[in-house]
Ligand binder design. Structure first.
Ligand code: UD1
Length: 342
């Protein structure tokens, strides 16, 4: 019997790649997604890659009745990977209540439902945004949180606190928060990838859309940061490496290997790259020229951040396998495929 894993937000960018890796590792995947920022056709991509079509239910996790009915039908779920959330930093400043509802209320309702249905295990999508601009680099898991820069960032901090407190109060509960640095790239098959709606806020989709002629020019935000070339520095991680870490986290929960019932890990490569370095790699591996212009800083951006990944490397026995060239190549292959199918 395959162990059943519920993936909320499973048609989204990281969720879909994780669904693929779970199926490859022998799990049965069931997905809940309200399709507010993804499309049902993603299931076709998952099926083409794995030969298996996950069970899919479309509803908002704040719909308690729908969630209860779903969990009533799937009584053998062993763990939940909870991706479903809103993730646009700028939008969260405009619509904070939407973010607290989608990201916090849904988490609380999910945890309550898990208790009612005796599901002890959850993996939570957190973010390096919880650290703000850290005083020292690289950031370890012991680095203290800074006040959140946006409602989105705040929902990740509060989400982690809720999980920590709930694990303290209910010792049978087991949770792992995974703090992602900057996930980029796409599956090597180019059958799934990131599908941003409207004008992308994130760097790599903006790069690929500019290369594809959908956007005229990429604006590089900031030229006077304290980095080798003055542009901001991030820790970009291939989405497939990130997805694999989720499978390992689930296995850790299922095998009862946790050191305490609430754990959290940084997931990055440990290497900082600037925006201009990313552009250089993108141009080189894909043999094209990008139209870009360096402009002033984007409000709210931090200068530089990259991860200390020692804890994840040692405790999870997880290492990234795909480098920045593969990130940029796969992102472009995916962009070309969605253009053909647009
Ligand atoms: C931020 C959050 C991250 C969150 C993500 C979701 C931090 C440290 N990170 O990532 O937790 O999950 O948003 O949206 O708060 N850039 C350009 N031109 C562009 C777009 C981006 O130069 O058109 C630059 C940015 O200024 C930044 C870098 O590229 O220096 C990466 O930006 P982006 O992809 O938006 O991610 P973060 O802001 O790092």
């Amino acid at each position: 019997m395959k162990e059943k894993i519920l993936v909320t937000g499973g048609t989204g960018y990281i969720g879909s790649h994780t669904a693929v890796e779970l199926i490859h590792s022998g799990y049965e995947v069931v997905i809940i997604d309200d399709l507010s920022n993804s499309q049902q056709e993603v299931l076709d991509g998952i099926e083409k890659i794995t030969g298996t079509r996950p069970v899919f239910a479309q509803f908002d996790l704040c719909d308690e009745a729908a969630l209860a009915a779903f969990l009533g039908q799937h009584r053998d779920i062993k763990a939940i990977i909870h991706f479903a959330a809103s993730k646009a930093v700028g939008e969260s400043v405009q619509k904070p209540l939407l973010y607290y509802k989608n990201n916090i209320l849904s988490l609380i309702l999910l945890l309550e439902a898990m208790q009612r249905h005796d599901i002890p295990n959850i993996v939570f999508s957190s973010s390096c945004t919880v650290y703000g601009q850290p005083d020292t680099l690289p950031v370890t898991e012991a680095t203290p949180f800074k006040p959140a820069e946006s409602p989105y960032g705040n929902t990740k901090q509060i989400g982690e606190e809720i999980l920590r407190d709930n694990c303290r109060a209910v010792p049978a509960t087991q949770a792992i928060s995974l703090r992602y640095f900057n996930p980029v790239g796409a599956h090597a098959s180019a059958l799934i990838g990131e599908l941003p709606q409207g004008v992308p806020g994130n760097l790599v989709p903006f790069i690929t859309q500019t290369a594809a002629g959908i956007r005229q020019q990429l604006l590089v935000f900031g030229k006077d940061y304290d980095t080798p070339d003055g542009s901001a520095m991030r820790d970009y991680i291939h989405v497939v490496d990130l997805a694999k870490a989720h499978v390992i986290a689930v296995q850790r929960l299922l095998k009862g290997q946790q050191k305490s019932n609430y754990e959290f890990f940084n997931l990055g490569t440990g290497k900082g790259l600037t925006v201009l370095e990313i552009i250089e790699v993108f141009e080189r591996v894909n043999n094209l020229k990008l139209n870009y212009k360096v402009v002033d800083r984007r409000p709210g951006d931090i200068e530089k951040i990259y991860a200390d990944t020692t804890l994840a490397n040692e405790a999870l026995q997880w290492r990234t396998e795909l480098g920045v060239e593969e990130m940029m190549r796969s992102a472009w292959q995916w962009q070309q495929r969605i253009l053909k199918h647009a």
